[in-house]
Design a protein around this ligand. Structure first.
Ligand code: 6PG
Length: 253
């Protein structure tokens, strides 16, 4: 497993600009290497600044938009025009203003019954997979992830997850968090951990204690689900702001 790379930024805006540069660099390189870039977006409030930036010049002009394909690490089971839909939020902030071609958008059908949506999403991933990569899903060029104050990431929440559930690419789950929709569909660590690059974005003092536990505490993925993200051959970077890093003993900026 690659050693996570931690970068501490003075504020969320600087962090988001650095994330935009990294996404563009990864996308440019992926398109050169294999003609397409597969990105899994995160839900939550933290990446919204990044999404808005990417839709604006100069970033928008540097995105290989026709070759950029968007998926989601997780989705809340609500209709696609619901304000709490991860797809809807990304659509408003990034996909519509950046004019991403509709055929490049691979959303979870949040309006469906969760188990059926999970199954359909697995089929979409299978359709986007490449024979030479050897998986029933694409090896994502970039996965964006957030982290909740309870240590969850995507919709991998604290508590046990059965081996059978961890054995497939997608999973329907139910979890209460901050009054957000409880029924969700998530990718599993099986998919996340084959990604080429994973980027966590974490901001705010309310996540400082959890961030320190996840990054420097004992390995306890049932307590700290973000620890389940450990790619076999990919890189993991954590972009955090100073407030979120405040419980980490020594950090570099
Ligand atoms: C979701 C997410 C989730 C999110 C964290 C952090 O659908 O809710 O993908 O895992 O990233 O809850 O959310 P914030 O960025 O709002 O703190």
């Amino acid at each position: 497993m690659a050693v996570p790379d931690l970068q501490v930024f003075p504020d969320p805006d600087t962090l988001s600009r650095a994330a935009a540069e990294l996404l563009i660099a990864i996308a440019t390189q992926a398109v050169q290497a294999h003609g397409r870039c597969n990105v899994a977006l995160s839900g939550g409030s933290t990446p919204q600044t990044l999404y808005r930036l990417l839709a604006q010049l100069p970033y928008r002009g540097r995105l290989p938009r026709s070759k950029l394909h968007f998926f989601w690490g997780d989705e809340r089971c609500v209709p696609p025009d619901h304000p709490e839909s991860n797809y809807h939020q990304a659509q408003l902030a990034l996909l519509a203003p950046a004019a991403i071609p509709p055929e490049n958008i691979h959303r979870v059908k949040g309006e469906w019954e969760p188990a059926a949506a999970a199954q359909d999403y697995a089929a979409q991933l299978n359709h986007a997979s490449r024979a030479d990569e050897g998986f029933a899903w694409p090896r994502f060029d970039l996965v964006l992830l957030g982290m909740g104050g309870d240590g969850h990431t995507a919709s991998l929440f604290p508590g046990p997850i059965t081996a059978a559930d961890l054995n497939g690419p997608t999973l329907a789950v139910t979890a209460s968090y901050q009054n957000r929709p409880a029924n969700r569909v998530t990718l599993t660590p099986l998919v996340f951990n084959t990604a080429r690059n994973i980027l966590f974005l974490v901001t705010g003092a309310d996540k400082a204690e959890t961030l320190a536990a996840v990054l420097t505490g004992p390995f306890n993925p049932e307590r700290w689900p973000a620890q389940r993200i450990r790619p076999d051959h990919g890189s993991v970077a954590w972009f955090v702001d100073r407030a979120a890093a405040s419980h980490l003993k020594s950090t570099r900026t």
